[in-house]
Every structure is written in structure tokens, then in C-alpha cells.
Ligand binder design. Structure first.
Ligand code: BGC
Length: 348
């Protein structure tokens, strides 16, 4: 009996030790999620967890469910569970700052994941968010509208990405606004990036303008679903180009159907793997500056210089929808459901 238990324990140890071909190092690495509302976060999480477990380390997490207050308690709990490195995907980039002090006091390194927390000691791993906004603006002007009444449906005000995206859009749109070609008729932040709130914001914009809206700059795909629902209720879906980002499956289908102009795709399988591997290296003693290969980011609200890894995004429209299908991000069936194959090459 005893021998069986010992043998079972040894087998279990070997299985852990050699999972993914690596010797277990047994470090605990934590992720504090601000939200998991959007579809993408499941993909990010699987990639982070995969990289951590492949190295023989342990993944633990907490989900603050969009409460900045809960996230502070979550980080404390992750510290008490023995985390050596904590990735924080911040619900609010400022409100989270007291948690950084606690981590620092315990010698724990923090990685700001996807959303910036402006602090010089952190490693910031994200997509090029200004670049995402730039692609939204450029695609709108080149393939949607370069004049008329524009609505801006921005993300949550506590998320620095909402402003990075807006700044990126403005690189293309500002000169057209200044020359009077484009008129900014509605501009709103959207609490918690909620699709329902975005729908309400869009409905109010349509009421205010008497439906005189020619283009909508929505900062993500979830909100674009709310925007398109509001347009649809007025018989305007498909006639008004709408932006988004994340490569949500429903959004890519809307691109094929023509009710959304573009989804800026960010392959979060790559972001998650990069961050998971960085955390593993830091838990083994690597310095954040070395992990970032000396690259830095200093374009935040306070211009604080941080070690940073920025991954480039890609705009997906009807013209290159095959890119996400070929990358195994979405099946042709899902992307093309109900689409006109004569108009969308990827759906032939
Ligand atoms: C992320 C987006 C996401 C949004 C809502 C942003 O910070 O960069 O990918 O759609 O948050 O979670």
C-alpha cells in the first residue's frame, strides 16, 4: 500500500518535472486580471499559462471582474500565495499603484500586461496601442470615409489604452478635422468597455444628430457590436463604416458581412507567450531591462521611461480576411457565415 503511494507520488513528480520537456523549477507566477469580459482574454490566458507550465512553473490567478478595489485585494492575495512575479492587467492604471508598493516590499517583480501602469520599475508588455489606433484611422480614411460626421466611441476612461488608441487615430484624422472635412459630432468614453454602454452612447449620438452619422470610430470589437446594433435599429448597418480591434470572431464575421469595416487584429497568442516566457526568466533572476533587450517606452501620460516590449498589430478588412483564417485564428466557416463570396475573396 505504502509502496503504491510512493510510486504514485514519484510518477506525479516526474510528470510535473518533465512536462513540456523542462525540469520543474517550481516558481509561482501570478496574473491579476482586471477583467475577462472580452473574448480575447481566454486566448491570452491560455498562452501565458502554457508558457509558464512548459517551463515547469506554476500559474495562479485572480479575476477582479472590473473592480479596481477588488484588484488591490487580489494582488495582496497573490503575494501571500507565494508569487515570485505578478503580471497585472490593470482595471485602472492609477488605482492599482498601492499594490506595486506591496509587491516591491516583498521583492516581487511586476509586469504591466497589455495596459500600462506608469512606473519605471515595471516591465510593460503590450501591443503597439497607438499603432492600433493609427491603423483604425488610416483604414477608415482609405477604405471607409474621409469626410463627413464622425462619432468616437472610446473605451474606459481608467484604461490608458483608450487614449493611446485615440491619439493614434488622430494622426490621420486631425488634419481632416482641422480642414473641416471631418466633423467630430459625438465623442464619449464607455464605462468598462461594455458593449451595452457603447450601444447607448451610439443611440444618443444618433438621436442628437438626427441620424446624421457617416462613420464610427469604435475602439474595440465588443463595443462595435453595440454600435452596429444601434445602427441596425435605424436601418443604417452596413452603410456606415465602423472600426474595432481584437479579432473577435463575431467582428471578423461582421467584416465579411460588411457591417464592420475593420478589426485590428492583435495575435494575443504571441503576446501571452511572450509575457509568460518573460515572467519565467525574471523568476529565475533575469533583469527587466535585459528581458526587454534594452527597449523602452516613454509615451505614457507622465512620460515615465519603462522597459517595454511592444508587438505590432495588423488591420483586417474584407481584402485580407484570409490572413486570420490562414493563421488558424478563425475557421473559414465562422468568418464567412452568411457572407457574399463574390465580394469577399477569402470566402470563395
Ligand atoms: C485592450 C483591448 C480590449 C479592451 C477591453 C484594452 O486595454 O487592449 O484589447 O478590448 O481593453 O478589455
Amino acid at each position: 500500500m505504502k509502496r503504491t503511494i510512493v510510486a504514485a507520488m514519484a510518477a506525479a513528480f516526474m510528470a510535473t518535472a518533465f512536462a513540456g520537456g523542462a525540469i520543474a523549477k517550481g516558481n509561482t507566477i501570478a496574473v491579476s486580471w482586471g477583467t475577462k469580459q472580452e473574448e480575447r482574454w481566454k486566448t491570452d490566458e491560455a498562452a501565458i499559462k502554457g508558457a509558464i507550465e512548459a517551463a515547469g512553473d506554476k500559474y495562479i490567478f485572480a479575476d477582479a471582474q472590473q473592480s479596481a478595489q477588488k484588484q488591490l485585494a487580489d494582488v495582496e492575495s497573490l503575494i501571500s500565495q507565494g508569487a515570485k512575479v505578478i503580471l497585472i492587467f490593470a482595471q485602472d492604471g492609477e488605482a492599482i499603484k498601492p499594490a506595486l508598493e506591496k509587491a516591491k516590499a516583498e521583492g516581487i517583480t511586476v509586469i504591466a500586461y497589455d495596459r500600462q501602469i506608469e512606473d519605471p520599475n515595471l516591465l510593460y508588455i503590450t501591443f503597439d496601442n497607438v499603432g492600433v489606433g493609427r491603423l483604425m484611422g488610416k483604414t477608415m480614411v482609405e477604405k471607409g470615409r474621409k469626410d463627413g460626421n464622425f462619432a468616437f466611441i472610446k473605451g474606459d476612461p481608467g484604461d490608458p489604452n483608450a487614449t493611446f488608441l485615440y491619439n493614434g487615430m488622430m494622426e490621420t484624422l486631425k488634419p481632416l478635422i482641422d480642414s473641416g472635412k471631418i466633423k467630430n459630432v459625438c465623442e464619449t468614453f464607455t464605462d468598462n468597455w461594455k458593449p451595452d454602454n457603447a450601444q447607448k452612447n451610439m443611440e444618443q449620438c444618433l438621436t442628437k444628430t438626427g441620424n446624421k452619422v457617416d462613420a464610427v470610430m469604435s475602439e474595440n470589437d465588443g463595443m462595435a457590436s453595440g454600435v452596429v446594433a444601434a445602427l441596425n435599429a435605424q436601418g443604417m448597418a452596413g452603410a456606415v463604416p465602423v472600426t474595432g480591434q481584437d479579432g473577435d470572431l463575431a467582428a471578423l464575421n461582421r467584416v465579411a458581412l460588411g457591417t464592420q469595416l475593420v478589426s485590428v487584429w492583435k495575435d494575443s497568442r504571441i503576446l501571452g507567450k511572450t509575457a509568460g516566457e518573460a515572467a519565467v526568466a525574471i523568476a529565475e533572476g533575469a533583469k527587466v531591462g535585459d528581458v526587454a533587450k534594452g527597449n523602452t517606452f516613454a509615451d505614457g501620460a507622465k512620460k515615465v521611461k519603462m522597459s517595454a516590449i511592444l508587438i505590432p498589430p495588423m488591420a483586417i478588412t474584407q481584402d485580407n480576411l484570409d490572413a486570420v483564417i490562414k493563421a488558424g485564428w478563425i475557421t473559414k466557416e465562422k468568418a464567412c457565415a452568411g457572407a457574399d463570396a463574390a465580394k469577399v475573396a477569402a470566402c470563395k
